[in-house]
Design a protein around this ligand. Structure first.
Ligand code: NDP
Ligand code: 8X3
Length: 255
């Protein structure tokens, strides 16, 4: 069988984890990244047990350029040579306070993770894909990259940046045959809201009260659709919402 590899950032939970498992089921050897090493090891075991493909752990903080570059350097050359897919998924929101009340360290964390981390990974991987003459980069954006809302300020700005970067990467990488897609979800029930509310699980639960949100598997199956189109077809952009959510603030909740 032809070797094919994929790399998923932020695979320790939520969308990244579900996507890594989907790619493993489709026969990709998977490189998984994140800061929480025990969760990466657990996922590695699950992938190897259930799918019979190989997995490779890259344990780093995506905000740290040197850690990102050094870790990618450690990925075996055969993995890089067969790298077909990068899913730029690692990301977070911190808080939903009004702009003047925000903590600038949290701004740095969102910008460094959601924007700069994505840039570092994309540059490294697109150089490998360029040599291979093919590849597909999928950036996880958000409905927050299309609409801003009260308290969304810098998180929304980072996701607008992801959309702009996606569009310009698509133009720049066209000559190498590298596809670039964006997936922009609305509410997905993952650790996202718990992280956003700095560990306040009760507050996070209220986000999904009276709503059936998307699941991480819903997003993984959208990514599966994108990567299984014929060679000459590129899905540029997918905006995916729960049926009960029209825009960030328009949610039809059951009483
Ligand atoms: P989770 O919190 O469940 O997952 C986030 C992932 O990002 C984790 O694996 C985490 O790994 C990783 N991550 C965060 N910060 C860093 C860092 N500094 N270095 C390395 N990895 C990091 O949330 P989701 O699965 O929901 O989020 C995935 C993506 O989807 C994000 O980009 C988010 O903005 C986007 N999104 C989410 C929506 C939602 O409603 N859930 C809606 C729209 C978009 P670790 O902590 O181990 O480092
Ligand atoms: C997460 C979705 O609406 O909370 O990106 O910004 S939202």
């Amino acid at each position: 069988m032809k070797i094919k590899t994929a790399l998923v950032t932020g695979a320790t939970s939520g969308i990244g984890r579900a996507t890594a498992l989907m790619l493993a089921r489709r026969g990709y050897n998977i490189a998984i990244t994140g800061r929480r090493l025990p969760l990466l090891q657990e996922l590695c075991n699950e992938i190897e047990k259930t799918s019979g493909v190989e997995s490779y752990i890259l344990n780093f903080d995506i905000r740290d350029k040197h850690e990102v570059f050094d870790s990618y350097d450690m990925l075996p050359e055969t993995w890089k040579k067969h790298l077909k897919i990068l899913v730029n998924n690692a990301g977070l929101a911190l808080g939903d306070d009004s702009f003047e009340m925000c903590d600038d360290e949290e701004w740095d964390q969102m910008i460094d993770t959601n924007v700069k981390g994505l840039l570092y990974m994309s540059q490294l991987v697109s150089n490998s894909m360029k040599e291979n003459g093919e590849g597909h980069i999928i950036n996880i954006s958000s409905v927050a990259g299309r609409h801003v809302y009260y308290g969304g300020n810098v998180y929304c700005a980072t996701k607008h940046a992801v959309d702009a970067i996606t569009q310009s990467m698509r133009i720049d990488l066209l000559k190498y045959g590298i596809k670039v897609s964006s997936v922009a979800p609305g509410m997905v029930n993952t650790e996202f809201s718990t992280v956003r509310y700095r560990g306040d699980v009760e507050r996070a639960r209220k986000v999904y009260k009276g709503v059936k949100p998307l699941s991480a598997d819903d997003i993984a199956s959208a990514i599966e659709f994108i990567i299984t189109r014929p060679e000459h077809v590129c899905i540029n952009d997918m905006l995916i919402m729960p049926t009960q959510q029209a825009m960030p603030y328009y949610v039809d909740r059951e009483e």
